[in-house]
Design a protein around this ligand. Structure first.
Ligand SMILES: *[C@@H]1O[C@H](CO)[C@@H](O)[C@H](O)[C@H]1NC(C)=O
Ligand SMILES: *[C@@H]1O[C@H](CO)[C@@H](O)[C@H](O)[C@H]1NC(C)=O
Ligand SMILES: *[C@@H]1O[C@H](CO)[C@@H](O)[C@H](O)[C@H]1NC(C)=O
Ligand SMILES: *[C@@H]1O[C@H](CO)[C@@H](O)[C@H](O)[C@H]1NC(C)=O
Ligand SMILES: *[C@@H]1O[C@H](CO)[C@@H](O)[C@H](O)[C@H]1NC(C)=O
Ligand SMILES: *[C@@H]1O[C@H](CO)[C@@H](O)[C@H](O)[C@H]1NC(C)=O
Ligand SMILES: *[C@@H]1O[C@H](CO)[C@@H](O)[C@H](O)[C@H]1NC(C)=O
Ligand SMILES: *[C@@H]1O[C@H](CO)[C@@H](O)[C@H](O)[C@H]1NC(C)=O
Ligand SMILES: *[C@@H]1O[C@H](CO)[C@@H](O)[C@H](O)[C@H]1NC(C)=O
Ligand SMILES: *[C@@H]1O[C@H](CO)[C@@H](O)[C@H](O)[C@H]1NC(C)=O
Length: 492
């Protein structure tokens, strides 16, 4: 024990004293009044209870069962352990908690009757959060499409999804809207549409689970339908609920900060194209009612277009932008590619920065500053909530996750820098509250709490990062001196 604490102290002294930048000695009190700090999970990755109480499969269930590897059947068993987990959140001092609704738990067939047991679960969970003073931020769709809708019409490829999703959202607003004031419609639509091809990121996306494999068009069709679905849902909220419930509805965007691989003109131009394709394809329509000019020019007729009414509906349809950010990518100009997809359309390839891999990230907080400044400058400085940011580590490694502490400390500092520089960022959610079923690589998890997945009780144990975040949330400054003397750390 003692030597772990000793190493920890050395490490933090190194990390925090060798940088003479005052961002490394901030505290929660330096953030504006009302700024919220939270942590996040998603339904499939946390709830488990996959076939209990009338829940039907989503595309995630189907994909992971077909792979014959680990699944989210049990995950953290949040479905049964939610009271215990809310207690941990309360003890940690979270202001807010981001969760998602499993559509096929609430409406098992995607459309039609509401499942009373699913309804009861979410009401109980939301009430439990509220009664502990924790503000719920609810994402309606965290990638887990009801399998029935995928089977019936190919999910996001068909405009039928717009009505089905809006009806699902209507149930959520009606049933939970007195408790929930912050809604996000769709989790990272750009990664869902583009990630499965070219980037090599195998999310359960339209690409990885579809019989319609023409990536030269279907990526753009899926994204288009997600934007129209978001707009339809936001419009419903404004018409039917906003006056009574006074909440806000936003969408999220996966963000890499992108920097040129070399200083060549080609790489610089490729970097701007990549920003237009990857960020602009979501953010530009929300602010200006249409795709960026470069994307329209390059993709041409393969890009769906917005009618006048659709454009008006999409424009200004997001009360806030939910930023999801982990790392930086180099962008290199690319002139040939065998596939015709969004990577070859934008003539750019993404190359991990530094030692980062797809699941393990270096500490590069200036990437988050870059993203927040870019949104501020190009999209009218909208309200922003950072809805995911965090670092993975080998699930089997020690509870003493000093690397994660360094990462979180640096990135929260970057948020403070950005806010001081004029960004309208209003909240920060660490990913993830506890180790979850992670689908990119289940051996790399992000939790503040360790979850022993071999233990039938799925015991949760705080990592060093949990104690650090808790001390930060309590207003204890996070300078190395105070961390060293913080009594709570001797518990390790
Ligand atoms: C994919 O769609 C594009 C544009 O409609 C078309 O030119 C191409 O032939 C299609 N490819 C395949 C493999 O169907
Ligand atoms: C509505 O919410 C805003 C903040 O989102 C708050 O400033 C305002 O007081 C609320 N209005 C009512 C009537 O609750
Ligand atoms: C955008 O919508 C909000 C209400 O959601 C409204 O207050 C604001 O004026 C609108 N902005 C523009 C530019 O239409
Ligand atoms: C993209 O690459 C293709 C060759 O694969 C080339 O024909 C096209 O001109 C390039 N476009 C840009 C914008 O560099
Ligand atoms: C990559 O790893 C090396 C060796 O551990 C380290 O010196 C370097 O700082 C790392 N690069 C970044 C960007 O973190
Ligand atoms: C601060 O804001 C200015 C103006 O938007 C921008 O040029 C600059 O890059 C920002 N700095 C940081 C560190 O984000
Ligand atoms: C994770 O750490 C354990 C224990 O140190 C080690 O045995 C295992 O090989 C590591 N796994 C990965 C995927 O790095
Ligand atoms: C995770 O670790 C287990 C056991 O160490 C190994 O069998 C499996 O291949 C690893 N999974 C991945 C995705 O690397
Ligand atoms: C996880 O739980 C199993 C079964 O209860 C136990 O044998 C093992 O020691 C636990 N692992 C850790 C790291 O606590
Ligand atoms: C929170 O900080 C206060 C002093 O500001 C201290 O008395 C209290 O013990 C701290 N609580 C925790 C849980 O760290």
């Amino acid at each position: 024990m003692e030597h772990i604490l000793f190493l920890f102290t050395i490490f933090l002294s190194f990390a925090f004293s060798t940088r003479c930048n005052d961002v490394y000695t901030y505290s929660k009190k330096d953030f504006p009044e009302g700024f919220v700090f939270g942590s996040a999970v998603s339904a499939y990755q946390w709830e488990g209870a996959a076939d209990e109480d009338e829940r039907k499969p989503s595309i995630w269930d189907t994909i992971f069962h077909s792979r014959k590897g680990p699944t989210g059947d049990v995950a953290c068993d949040g479905y049964h352990k939610y009271k215990e987990d809310v207690r941990l959140m309360y003890d940690m001092g979270l202001d807010a908690f981001r969760l998602s609704i499993s559509w096929s738990r609430l409406i098992p067939s995607g459309r039609g009757p509401v499942n009373p047991k699913g309804l009861r679960f979410y009401k109980n969970l939301l009430d439990e959060l509220k009664s502990h003073g924790i503000e719920p931020h609810v994402t309606l769709y965290h990638d887990d499409l009801p399998q029935t809708l995928e089977d019936e019409y190919g999910g996001w490829f068909d405009r039928k999804i717009i009505d089905d999703f809006t009806a699902f959202a209507d149930v959520c607003f009606r049933e939970f809207g007195n408790t929930v004031k912050f809604w996000s419609t769709i989790n990272e639509p750009n990664m869902l549409a583009f990630g499965g091809s070219g980037l090599g990121i195998k999310l359960p996306t339209p690409q990885t689970n579809s019989y319609r494999g023409n990536s030269s068009t279907n990526q753009y069709i899926a994204l288009h339908n997600m934007l129209l679905t978001h707009a339809s849902t936001a419009s419903l909220y404004k018409k039917k609920y906003k006056d009574k419930q006074n909440g806000s509805v936003g969408i999220t965007c996966f963000t890499y900060w992108m920097v040129p691989f070399t200083s060549s003109k080609e790489d610089e131009m490729a970097t701007q194209r990549a920003k237009d394709f990857f960020l602009g394809s979501v953010l530009h329509p929300l602010v200006f009612g249409d795709y960026p000019g470069s994307v329209k020019r390059i993709v041409g007729k393969r890009l769906p277009s917005f009618s006048k009414e659709e454009s008006d509906l999409v424009k200004n349809s997001s009360d806030f932008i939910g930023v999801i950010h982990y790392t930086i990518m180099y962008i290199a100009h690319l002139t040939s590619s065998t596939d015709q997809d969004f990577v070859s359309d934008m003539n750019a390839s993404l190359i991990p920065f530094g030692n980062s891999t797809l699941v393990k990230y270096d500490v590069l907080p200036w990437g988050l500053e870059g993203v927040l400044a870019y949104i501020k400058e190009n999209y009218g400085n909208p309200p922003v909530y950072i809805l995911e940011n965090g670092q993975s580590s080998n699930h089997s490694s020690s509870l003493n996750d000093v690397g994660r502490v360094e990462y979180l400390h640096a990135y929260i500092g970057a948020v403070l820098n950005s806010v001081r520089n004029g960004s309208d960022t209003r909240g920060y959610f660490q990913w993830s509250f506890m180790d979850l079923f992670e689908f990119l690589d289940p051996n790399y998890t992000y939790g503040l709490y360790y979850v022993n997945f071999s233990d039938p009780e799925l015991k949760r144990s705080p990592k060093t990062s949990a104690l650090w975040y808790s001390a930060f949330l309590n207003g204890t400054t996070s300078s190395s001196h105070e961390l060293k003397n913080s009594g709570s750390f001797s518990a390790l």
